[in-house]
Design a protein around this ligand. Structure first.
Ligand code: KIV
Ligand code: NA
Length: 267
């Protein structure tokens, strides 16, 4: 697809229905069980709070609803930092129990040995550079990366090192569009952008941001393609009103018993 300049579409899913929705459209190429799961589904304040077992639980549900899209899951914070052996075991669990096909890891050249190790095990690895939400504290918040020369050069050399280590693709998050275009041009592997301009090989958005169900902070790079929150809230309002007014259920929504049988019983 990169060679043919066909943009790659990636969308997150966190459960069976969202996975079915991604699978129902042939234009979606990759479903990502992102660790944004932490905030948008589980109510945590950061992805660092998400455990491996929670990720496996949700990945399994997504896998049950996934047909054609390539299925990728994030390795949660803490599941690939402890030791090589622990990383390998956690990766195998995500593949076997979480039933995903590939794993995504946040980090630059400092994780290249992990990327190489998993790749050699036959696990396709998607890299992720730029803004790294799992490091939001040490990065002093969720801020655009690669704005100064040193940071931009760092992202370029990280991307090259991760490609060299065997990554099959790389997410570029919240970096200037010029830098994303440059990285895309200089890599053999496809780049998937989020807040990285239009010149990456593909794009990814978080389900709730895209659908307009997320009422929290909206990053500059989010476009709401739907307004499901308004739709959902109005349905709740109508349902609650109908119950309060006893207009729900009506006769067509209720069961009845044969009149003579009922007279016989109540006689
Ligand atoms: O967790 C996530 O949803 C992600 C994408 C936004 C790239 O990592
Ligand atoms: Na993520």
């Amino acid at each position: 697809m990169k060679e043919k300049h066909t943009p790659i579409t990636m969308l997150t899913a966190y459960d069976y229905p969202s996975a079915l929705a991604c699978s129902s459209n042939p234009l979606i190429d990759i479903t990502l069980v992102g660790d944004s799961l932490a905030q948008v589904c589980l109510g945590y304040s950061s992805t660092t709070e998400l455990s491996l077992s929670e990720m496996i639980h949700h990945s399994r549900a997504v896998a049950r609803g996934t047909t054609h899209p390539f299925l990728v899951a994030d390795m949660p914070f803490g599941s690939y930092q402890i030791s090589d052996e622990n990383t390998a075991r956690n990766a195998v669990r995500l593949i076997q129990e979480g039933r995903v096909e590939a794993l995504k890891l946040e980090g630059g050249s400092e994780i290249r040995n992990i990327v190489r190790k998993l790749t050699e095990m036959g696990i396709p690895v998607m890299a992720h550079v730029g803004l790294l939400p799992q490091r939001h504290v040490s990065m002093s918040g969720y801020k655009v990366q690669g704005k100064d020369a040193e940071s931009a050069r760092g992202i370029i050399s990280d991307a090259l090192a991760l490609q060299e280590a065997g990554a099959f693709s790389i997410v570029l998050e919240a970096i200037p569009k010029e830098l994303a275009a440059f990285v895309t041009e200089h890599l053999r592997i496809p780049t998937i952008g989020i807040g990285a301009g239009s010149q990456t090989d593909g794009q990814v958005l978080v389900w709730d941001d895209m659908m307009g169900t997320w009422a929290g902070h909206q990053a500059k790079f989010v476009r709401r393609f739907g307004d499901l929150k308004a739709e959902r809230d109005s349905a709740i309002q109508k349902y609650a009103e109908a119950v309060k007014l006893r207009t729900f259920p009506d006769d067509s929504e209720s069961y009845t018993i044969d009149k003579t049988t009922w007279e016989d019983i109540t006689r």
